[in-house]
Design a protein around this ligand. Structure first.
Ligand SMILES: [Zn+2]
Length: 66
């Protein structure tokens, strides 16, 4: 289950205003899993938030967005 956040931004590779995207974290799902695993899942939650936190251009996929 993937959710996406979108924001308007400027892409250096496209050289124009674009929509930037990043994968959103399903915090409700992680909260439930944390309860079920007595808090162990919090480690996975944090790692997921770090790994998938990067913004990228929705046109070319470049990470050079402001
Ligand atoms: Zn771009």
């Amino acid at each position: 289950m993937a959710t996406y956040e979108e924001k308007s931004s400027y892409c250096k590779d496209c050289d124009k205003k674009v929509l930037k995207k990043r994968k959103g974290t399903n915090h409700l799902l992680h909260l439930i899993l944390s309860f079920l695993t007595a808090g162990i899942w919090i480690i996975v939650w944090i790692l997921t938030a770090i790994k998938f936190g990067g913004w990228y251009c929705s046109i070319c996929g470049s990470k050079k967005v402001s």
